[in-house]
Design a protein around this ligand. Structure first.
Ligand code: ADP
Ligand code: ASP
Ligand code: MG
Length: 411
């Protein structure tokens, strides 16, 4: 007998019928002799609806109250799923994050899980019940409800699996695995049987929303066997593998993109030691995370230009801070662009193969796509391009690296 944690996302629990279908799948797993803990998201669209209600009252809702509100979405689905399981003849109990004691820090709307008390869950499992746990939510030291950031139910599931030492954590969603890129953008994207943990971490951090980045981090830290599967179709899904070698021997595992990027530039700042710190210090003090950074080589020797990217939600804040800094530094000008996106190629195979970057740049040039910024690491190359070229860029790279079904492995 093994212990399996299954997570079902919003679309998978989007209607009563779908919740009943989930109950059937859970019951089948239990009938095979496994203990099952189920983590569920809110019904699809519900979290957005609740955020919309909050914003209609307060454009920037009080974070604590927003958490009280948006945590309700998952409370609905745990109860409905537990009822559907009972109706299907499968004993079940539902618990909110605070009942299970999913303890988090107090960073409302983006809390991090500290620890989980699995005792109550274990008692139910031993009594033969399926345990249904609300994803996305936890409780801080003072008993406040917290939420884990968008897509956070993935993290709840992996953290539950880690705490209970589950044999596998299965993420059921509306695609049947991790693809070479988002199949909504490139219909020829190919499902991967396996992806290495490192690649999945990069894909998630570079914008692939199929798994929340923190879920992948947790899986790595606690070595939780993780699989992404479809709630609608049977299949093996994609295994996030901890083995370093890429079984498919491809140089590129996939293409990730992040749509919610923005770029800021300060022109004509003094070219002196400490300038980067003077510009970025106030940005980080304003709690804005900076992603890519480029400092130009000053042409006149006295001044230079400095560009960095931030999340589009932070654009207005960052622009305000940067303008104040620019004035202090007597910089010439501050400019910004919110219509940019980041495309990234990811693959552990890049380590041992040269020429990936030039092939990437060539493919984009062929389509007339101008590259605005570049950043590289051992296993990824990212470029910033204009938003209007997102789909064209993804498809061009997908083609150039032969990632589609039947394209085979490029030499
Ligand atoms: P859930 O509600 O089940 O958590 P999400 O919408 O959060 O589902 O994640 C699944 C979606 O992730 C898919 O519908 C797909 O559009 C998107 N996606 C982005 N990149 C990828 C990828 N590389 N492989 C598979 N799906 C991806
Ligand atoms: N319901 C939350 C969201 O929409 C959490 C999740 O679905 O993972 O972001
Ligand atoms: Mg999700």
């Amino acid at each position: 007998m093994s212990l399996i944690v299954q997570k079902y996302g919003g679309t998978s629990v989007g209607s009563v019928e779908r919740i009943q279908a989930v109950a059937e799948r859970v019951k089948r797993t239990r009938d095979q002799g496994h203990q099952v803990v189920v983590v569920v998201s809110a019904m699809s669209g519900e979290t957005d609806r609740l955020i919309g209600l909050a914003r209609a009252i307060q454009p920037l809702p009080v974070p604590r109250e927003l958490d009280v509100l948006i945590a309700t979405g998952e409370q609905v689905t745990i109860a409905l799923l537990a009822m559907a399981l009972e109706a299907a003849g499968c004993p079940a109990r539902s618990y909110t994050g605070s009942q299970v004691q999913i303890r988090t820090d107090s960073a409302h709307n983006k809390a991090r899980i500290r620890d989980i008390d699995g005792a109550r869950v274990c008692r139910d499992l031993d009594a033969g019940r399926v345990v249904v746990v609300a994803g996305f939510q936890g409780i801080d030291r003072e008993g406040n409800i917290t939420t884990l950031g968008r897509g956070g139910s993935d993290t709840s599931a992996v953290a539950m699996a880690a705490a209970l030492k589950a044999d596998e954590c299965q993420i059921y969603t509306d695609v049947d695995g991790v693809y070479t890129t988002d199949p909504r953008i490139e219909p020829r994207a190919r499902k991967l049987e396996r992806i290495t943990f490192e690649e999945m971490l990069e894909m998630a951090s570079l914008g692939s929303k199929v798994l929340q980045i923190r879920a992948v981090e947790f899986a790595g830290k606690y070595q939780v066997p993780l699989r992404v599967l479809s709630s609608f179709r049977d299949g093996e899904g994609t295994l996030i593998s901890f083995e370093e070698e890429n079984v498919e021997d491809a140089k590129i595992a996939g293409i990730a993109f992040a749509k919610d990027e923005a770029k800021l530039t300060v022109l004509g700042v003094p070219d002196q030691p400490g300038i980067a710190h003077k510009i970025l210090g106030p940005i980080s003090e304003a709690n804005v995370e900076v992603d890519m950074i480029v400092q130009n080589v000053g042409s006149d020797g006295a001044t230079t230009d400095f560009t960095f990217t931030v999340n589009r939600n932070d654009y207005v804040t960052a622009l305000g801070v940067l303008k104040a800094t620019a004035e202090l530094l007597s910089a010439r000008e501050v400019t910004g662009d919110q219509k940019i996106v980041k495309l990234s190629l990811v693959g552990v195979g890049m380590r041992s193969h040269a020429g990936i970057a030039s092939r990437m740049f060539e493919a984009l040039a062929r389509e007339g796509i101008n590259i605005r910024m570049i950043s590289t690491s051992e296993i990824k190359i990212s470029v910033v391009i204009d938003e209007k070229y997102l789909e064209l860029g993804v498809r061009a790279l997908h083609d150039a690296f032969g990632l589609a079904d039947g394209d085979g492995v490029v030499s």
